[in-house]
Ligand binder design. Structure first.
Ligand code: FE2
Length: 433
């Protein structure tokens, strides 16, 4: 007897009329037209069944703090940093946890079931670390939360000195933070940035941890920390376990240099996370016209075989007053900014918030295949392109075969003489002649 049988589903790879059978929290079979007794049977009515959305880059310690202690009036990166600096001394564990838990509620409603969040480790009290470790424990039944030790002020540059900063970061790892972070472009010099990459990668190698650095999140075409990150990844045998986040400088780099850099990144199996919503708003602020987009070279990296994911980065925090945990919105922006409008590229944008992001986090048993966790989202869309076009409603969200969230289908009632009574803006309703 199955626990759950979903039938008549469309899958992201294009297969139609598929059934997904679930027992004991795992997918046991994916095939067309399965018939078997089950405790619960769901007719997907031809809608898209996708593995859950995954956010490979987020800042949960700051999320939903919009307006505290004041609004970022200019909407710039620098004022955001100033607002965060004002808020940090006022943070309490309880408030931080409540905001993070509220965000996780939003995430579940949007079918977002795994999040890698950076957590600021410059506070010697490690208040945010302890709060997010507790959040991680509490949301574990419904969200995989992965924490990155992020030295926001620079591990070598920070006010209390390199030794104390490194010790605080190590204490965060001792307490259970999963991944080593960094911010080399924010260190005092290019040499210090390179040294921070070396030291932090060595620390990760010693402890058997993954690395995820904010790397070259700037418009400086001469920043070279991506190259150093790829080099240290190879030197220390960390291939596939190191992520470069943002990599905004690659947008502005000389094409000749990039033609050398991308193969080095591919050779090191460097993982890349781009954050389209944030980099389109925060980068290029010193430009007049034309204004640079500040997003890394996503199609070129994908073409070279580099794994690229999209991240949300911020939601209603000092840097970004918008956002809702909707990874389809993130992918929609990425698609536009990178001009990824071919049929294949639209599919790649969907993968950047599902399969590719799962690979960045190193999630096991993710996907729609026998043996995988029974985690999936039923979308009010026929295929990934329609899901992106509509930022489709998440009709049903499942984890380990259990229903976590439901949203009614989005349909507008119409009161127009001689026209249909309703529309959901679906492609299937378009006359084909
Ligand atoms: Fe970030």
């Amino acid at each position: 007897m199955l626990d759950l049988l979903i039938h008549n589903a469309s899958l992201p790879d294009g297969r139609k009329h598929m059934s997904v059978a679930v027992r004991a929290g795992r997918i046991v079979e994916v095939a067309a037209g399965l018939q078997a007794p089950a405790h619960e049977t769901v007719d997907a009515q031809g809608q898209l069944l996708s593995p859950p959305f995954i956010d490979a880059h987020f800042h949960m310690d700051a999320t939903l703090s919009y307006g505290l202690p004041r609004v970022n009036a200019s909407g710039t990166l620098l004022e955001g940093i100033a607002v965060w600096g004002e808020l940090k001394p006022m943070l309490t564990q309880e408030a931080l946890m409540e905001r993070a838990l509220a965000y996780c509620d939003w995430a579940v409603a949007k079918g977002l079931l795994a999040i890698r969040t950076h957590v600021d480790v410059c506070d010697p009290r490690l208040l945010a670390v302890d709060a997010l470790l507790e959040v991680k424990r509490r949301v574990a039944p419904y969200i995989d939360l992965q924490l990155v030790a992020f030295p926001q002020d620079g591990v070598l540059r920070g006010k209390t000195g390199p030794q104390e900063h490194m010790d605080t970061l190590k204490r965060a790892l001792d307490r259970g933070v999963d991944v080593v972070g960094g911010i080399p472009h924010f260190e005092r010099t290019m040499a210090d940035g390179a040294l921070s990459v070396k030291l932090l990668c060595e620390l990760a190698a010693e402890r058997g941890l993954r690395v995820d650095m904010h790397c070259d999140e700037s418009d400086d075409p001469h920043s070279r920390h991506v190259e150093t990150l790829a080099f240290e990844t190879q030197r220390l045998g960390l291939q596939g376990r190191v992520t470069g986040s943002h990599l905004s400088s690659m947008h502005s780099m000389d094409n000749y240099y990039v033609s050398k850099l991308i193969p080095l990144m591919a050779e090191a199996d460097l993982q890349v996370v781009s954050n389209p919503l944030i980099n389109i708003t925060l980068q290029g602020r010193h430009d007049s016209y034309p204004k640079r987009r500040g997003m890394t070279r996503v199609p070129e990296l994908l073409a070279a075989g580099v794994n690229v994911a999209f991240g949300q980065d911020c939601t209603m925090d000092p840097w970004y007053s918008l956002g809702s945990g909707d990874m389809l919105e993130v992918a929609h922006m990425g698609l536009h900014v990178a001009q990824m409008t071919s049929q294949a590229a639209i599919g790649q944008c969907f993968e950047a918030v599902t399969r590719n992001a799962a690979r960045v986090l190193g999630l096991q048993d993710y996907g729609l295949a026998a043996g995988c966790h029974a985690d999936f989202v039923l979308l009010q869309a026929a295929d990934p392109m329609e899901a992106l076009r509509l930022r489709a409603t998440r009709l049903r969200v499942y984890r380990r075969g259990k229903l976590l969230a439901q949203t009614p289908a989005a349909t507008s009632q119409l009161h127009l003489a001689g026209r249909p009574y309703s529309t959901a803006c679906r492609a299937e309703s378009i006359p084909r002649f």
